[in-house]
Design a protein around this ligand. Structure first.
Ligand code: TRP
Length: 331
């Protein structure tokens, strides 16, 4: 049984790409590992949200993850800022994190390019906070995508540096949890290969989207005039519609439209209508759970409180041991 940590960005609603790409795997993992899933609200302060936005974003993310099947009885689900031990470990790690290595981090370089009017120290030290999140539980596995690989590499650097500095083997090295072939990639509706919320309005289908919104987005998905010869390879945008259908519709439905395509009889209007209904069938129970949970403040409070208590057990232990190793001793 390995200890797994993953931080969840506290902004944005979940879309089908998040669901099939990550959440589904978190759900499977939580029964086989000692999982900590937290909402990264400290991290979100780098963009200066208002207090009201901060709170409603955290709530929405919590609600959607629970609705999608993260089980607070199986995994430890908590809010990052409920664990000030993380902030203490972050401070301690910052003492051994060097300006040069932090400045070289790709995500920092990208942020200072895009967020020129707000280049704060939190952006620079994002990797030490992320390292603190992970090693506070002495985790060995982190289920994140390729875009987080450099942060993980830095986490290993900080953990090893601490061990070397104090001549201990206290922190294990965390590695990315590889889902391998189980990973389902969900394409965008705009003809691009990836569903993402930053790719523009209408590219992503959110779990909380109402049926009429889903119909509108799917009907507007990029397609073309259709094939003019039988058995042609599919252009990317068309391939995308088929691959959504493959994930969400019945095999017979997919086969029906495959045949139509191969005979040059396909009408994308019909295909999209069917696809929209299949998406709605899939998302409706999730959406109902989201709406239900959002009303159940008492349950959410209980989940967050229990999660914080469980997470604290390992965080408090780590901080106590780290303090001893460093040489903070009571008189
Ligand atoms: N940086 C991660 C992201 O952008 C979020 C995150 C914060 C995280 N702390 C973490 C992920 C710790 C894994 C482990 O998605």
């Amino acid at each position: 049984m390995e200890t797994v940590v993953s931080g969840i960005r506290s902004t944005g609603n979940l879309h089908l790409g998040n669901y099939f790409g990550a959440i589904q795997n978190f759900v499977k993992m939580q029964y086989e590992n000692n999982c900590y899933f937290f909402i990264a609200d400290y991290h979100s302060l780098t963009t200066h949200p208002t207090p009201a936005d901060l709170h409603s974003n955290v709530k929405q993310v919590l609600v959607e993850y629970l609705a999608a099947g993260i089980d607070p009885e199986a995994a430890t689900v908590y809010i990052q800022s409920d664990l000030p031990e993380v902030a203490e470990l972050y401070l301690l790690l910052n003492m051994n994190a060097y300006l040069g290595e932090l400045e070289r981090c790709t995500s920092f370089k990208e942020k200072i390019r895009k967020q020129t009017e707000n280049v704060n120290a939190g952006l620079l030290t994002y990797p030490t906070l992320m390292a603190a999140d992970i090693i506070i539980h002495r985790a060995t596995k982190v289920p994140v995508g390729k875009d987080q690989e450099q942060h993980l590499e830095m986490t290993r650097t900080f953990a090893n540096r601490f061990n070397r500095m104090y001549n201990v083997s206290y922190f294990p090295e965390p590695f990315a949890y590889n889902f391998g072939s189980e990973l389902i990639k969900i394409p965008g509706l705009d003809g691009s290969t990836k569903m993402g919320k930053s790719e523009g309005e209408g590219n992503a289908l959110f779990l909380a989207d109402a049926p009429e919104v889903i119909r509108k987005k799917v009907m507007r998905a990029v397609s073309d005039a259709g094939p003019t010869e039988p058995n042609q390879p599919k252009p990317q945008a068309i391939e995308n519609l088929f691959s959504l259908m493959k994930t969400l519709s019945k095999p017979e439905t997919l086969q029906f439209f495959e045949e139509k395509y191969n005979n040059c009889e396909i009408r994308y209007g019909d295909m999209k209508k069917q696809l929209a209904e299949d998406v709605i069938e899939f998302t409706t129970p999730l959406r109902e759970k989201i709406l239900d949970l959002a009303k159940n403040e008492e349950y959410l409070r209980k989940v967050a409180k229990n999660g914080a208590e469980k997470a604290k057990e390992s965080a408090v232990k780590t901080i106590k041991e780290v303090r001893e190793i460093i040489g903070f001793k009571p008189f």
